[in-house]
Design a protein around this ligand. Structure first.
Ligand code: TZP
Ligand code: MG
Length: 220
C-alpha cells in the first residue's frame, strides 16, 4: 500500500489551467490508472478550500469514490470527523494533530492509521505503538509543497532507522522525485509519498512506474 503514495489537495493543482478541484480529480484519476497504491486527501494551507467546508467535503467524497473504483485506499489527512463521516479507509495525522488514542476512541471500526515523524525522537516514540500502521518519515529533502517544514533529514535517515531495528512500515516524504526515489528504496523505505512529482509530471504514467521502482529513469 505504501509503494507509491500520492498526497494532494487543491492547493497542489494551482499551476494548471482551470479549476483546482477539477484538476485534482483529473490528476487523481490518471494517477490511479497509472498504478498509485494509496491516496491521501490533504487539502490544507494557503490556497486550499476552506477547512471543513461543504465544498471540501464534496471534493473528498469525489476523491474517495475514484479511489474505490480503483480499489486504492483513501486516507484523510488530519480531519478525523470528516474521515469518519465519509467512510475513509484511514487517517494520517501529524505530531500536533489529534492523538492516536483519541482517534481510536472515536472510530467505530478498524482504520488505517498513519503518523508523520520528523526526527528520531518521533520515530522512537511511535515505533512500538500497535495502533499505528505506518510512519511517514520526512521531509527527506527540502520541499516547496509544505510551508514551514521541519529540517530535511537526508536520505540516510531511513537506513539509520532500519539499522536501529525499526520494524514499522516506513514511507518517505519530502522532495522525492523520479531521480531520487530509488535511493529511498535502497535505504529500506517501504514506499515513497509524493505531491509535486505527480501533480507536476509531464508524463504521469512513466513517473509512477519510476517511483514504483519498475522502470529506470532515462536522463533528460
Ligand atoms: N510532509 C512532509 S514534506 C511534505 C509533506 C506533506 C510535502 C511533500 O511534497 P513534495 O512535493 O513531494 O516534496
Ligand atoms: Mg497534520
Amino acid at each position: 500500500m505504501l509503494s507509491v503514495y500520492f498526497v494532494a489537495g487543491t492547493q497542489d493543482c494551482l499551476h494548471l489551467a482551470g479549476e483546482p478541484s477539477a484538476n485534482l480529480l483529473r490528476i487523481l484519476e490518471q494517477a490511479l490508472q497509472a498504478g498509485i497504491t494509496c491516496f491521501q486527501f490533504r487539502d490544507k494551507g494557503e490556497h486550499s478550500l476552506e477547512y471543513a467546508s461543504e465544498k471540501q467535503k464534496q471534493l473528498a467524497i469525489q476523491c474517495l469514490a475514484l479511489c474505490r473504483q480503483y480499489q486504492v485506499p483513501f486516507i484523510m489527512n488530519d480531519n478525523v470527523p470528516l474521515a469518519l463521516e465519509i467512510g475513509a479507509d484511514g487517517i494520517h495525522v501529524g505530531q500536533s494533530d489529534m492523538a492516536v488514542s483519541e482517534i481510536l476512541a472515536q472510530a467505530q471500526h478498524k482504520f488505517i492509521l498513519g503518523l508523520s515523524t520528523n526526527n528520531l525522537a518521533d520515530v522512537l516514540a511511535a515505533k512500538d505503538d500497535a495502533n499505528i500502521d505506518y510512519l511517514g518519515v520526512g521531509p527527506i529533502f527540502p520541499t516547496h509543497s509544505k510551508a514551514d517544514h521541519s529540517p530535511a533529514l537526508g536520505v540516510s535517515f531511513v537506513g539509520e532507522l532500519k539499522a536501529l531495528g525499526v520494524e514499522k512500515p516506513l514511507v518517505a516524504i519530502g522532495g522525492i522525485n523520479e531521480s531520487n526515489a530509488y535511493i529511498l528504496r535502497e535505504q529500506g523505505a517501504d514506499g515513497v509519498a509524493v505531491i509535486s512529482a505527480i501533480t507536476q509530471s509531464q508524463h504521469l504514467a512513466e513517473t509512477i512506474q519510476i517511483l514504483a521502482g519498475k522502470k529506470k529513469r532515462i536522463a533528460p
